[in-house]
Structures are given as C-alpha cells and as structure tokens.
Ligand binder design. Structure first.
Ligand code: SF4
Ligand code: SF4
Length: 243
C-alpha cells in the first residue's frame, strides 16, 4: 500500500497549498487575463496539463489535484458512487462554453499579448488579500457540498473545468499511438472479488472493464489504487503503448 500512502500524502499537501496555488487553476483569471491580452499562470498550467496528459493521462487528478484531495478526505463522510453516463458530459459542455469565451476575449483583447505567470498574485501567492477568502471558500464549498451530498469525486465526474484538457491529451495519445501511462488488465487472472471496484476513488466499475477487456477511459485518473488492491495481480500500471 506504500504507493497509495504516497499518493494520499501528495493530495493532502496539495490541498494545504491550495490558498497559494488556487489562482493558477482559475478558469476566471484566464478570461480576465485574455481581455487584457495577458497569458496568465492558469493558462500556462492548463496548457502543461494538456501536454503532460498526452503521456501521463489524468495523473494530475489522481496524485496532485487539491480538489481531488479534498474529495478523497470526504470519502469517510459519503463514499457513495455517483451515477455515471450522460451526466459526465456536463463538464465538457461547461468547458466548451468557457474555452469559447477565452478565445473571444483574446480576439477582442485591449492590448498586445504578453505573458504574466504571476498574474493577479502577490509575489506568486494567490490568497494574499483578506477579501480573496470569499472566493477561496466559495470554490471550497462548490466542491465540498456535492461531494458530501452525492459521493465519490462527483466534482471530477460532472463539473471539473480542468479534466477535459487531460481527456483531450489522452485522446491525442491514443490517436497518435504514443506510449503513455495507463492501466492494463489480464482478465484470465481476475476472480471477480471486486476489491478494485471498492477501492477506485472514481467509483469506476473496474471488474466490468477487466471482463470486457475495455480501455480504462476518460474517467480513470491513473491513481493505481485498483492495481495496488488486486489480490491476483490482474492489473498492472506503467508506461505502455496506447491502444
Ligand atoms: S480504474 Fe484504477 S487507476 Fe483508474 S481511477 Fe479507478 S482505481 Fe484509479
Ligand atoms: S481486484 Fe483484481 S481479481 Fe479482484 S475483481 Fe478486481 S481485477 Fe479481478
């Protein structure tokens, strides 16, 4: 279980650092910066997520996301598995509207384009003014309330504005047949004990994916929890060529 302990520790550290890093994950600051012709820190971070995910999939979600970390802390409050399916497309609808707004703001910007990684921060720190805590706790409750009411990482499934970047990156890898991090399975070793299902933080039906020899898909966050809990080593985790 050592790997999962390290993963959870990283998520908690990321959550503790969220008052410093929140502006670097802000969808709003990208729009505000775009109106002024500024490529902000969050723009660069999201671009890195897209490029990184070509080889590493949604590893950011599983290992580094502060909002993911908070939701995993809330598993002890509600570990119900949210319904999957068409609702997962809500985040793509939000993303399309938002990315359209970013493009329009850059087209109709007031000034020439410049880069400011620390845009709207105070010496790189996001929450430096007392009134910024209103926004900070607004975001915290936006993630916390659905997780408490509806269960496991529901924000990641339905609403996250960062997830689509990483899903697109993963699709690019598949399209180009590049090697990348993903989970593979050997269904003949599986004894249907469902330990993988019980321990998947995204609440995925891993047994079914193994049985049907399916790709682990867009909702898998490469956390490796299923791999680490499988008693028959039917799952493995590593850098392999995409299907
Ligand atoms: S399928 Fe496995 S690697 Fe993917 S999110 Fe679930 S537990 Fe993590
Ligand atoms: S934990 Fe392993 S053996 Fe058990 S159902 Fe999942 S893949 Fe099969």
């Amino acid at each position: 279980m050592k790997r999962q302990n390290i993963r959870k520790l990283l998520l908690i550290i990321s959550l503790l650092l969220f008052p410093i890093t929140i502006w670097y994950m802000s969808p709003y600051l990208i729009i505000q910066g775009a109106m002024e012709g500024i490529v902000s820190g969050s723009f660069i971070v999201f671009l890195c997520m897209l490029l990184g995910s070509v080889f590493l999939g949604r590893i950011f979600c599983g290992w580094l996301c502060p909002m993911g970390g908070m939701q995993e802390c809330l598993f002890s409050v509600n570990d119900r598995v949210p319904k999957q399916g068409f609702r997962n497309y809500i985040k793509y609808a939000i993303w399309v509207v938002w990315i359209g707004a970013v493009i329009l703001c850059f087209i109709f910007r007031e000034k020439e384009i410049s880069i400011d990684f620390f845009y709207m921060t105070d010496h790189g720190i996001s929450i430096a003014e007392i009134y910024n805590y209103v926004i900070y706790y607004g975001v915290i409750f936006l993630v916390l309330i659905p997780a408490v009411l509806f269960g496991k990482r529901i924000f990641c499934h339905y609403f996250c504005w960062m997830a689509p970047f990483m899903v697109i990156g993963t699709k690019i890898r598949h399209f180009l047949h590049l090697p990348g991090l993903h989970i593979t399975s050997e269904k003949e070793k599986c004894i249907s004990c469902k330990k993988c299902n019980q321990n998947c933080p995204m609440g995925l039906n891993v047994v079914e994916l193994v049985r049907d020899n399916h790709d682990f898909g867009a909702e898998c966050i490469q956390c490796g929890s299923c791999v680490d809990h499988c008693p028959r080593k039917a799952l493995s985790y590593g850098l392999k060529r995409g299907r």
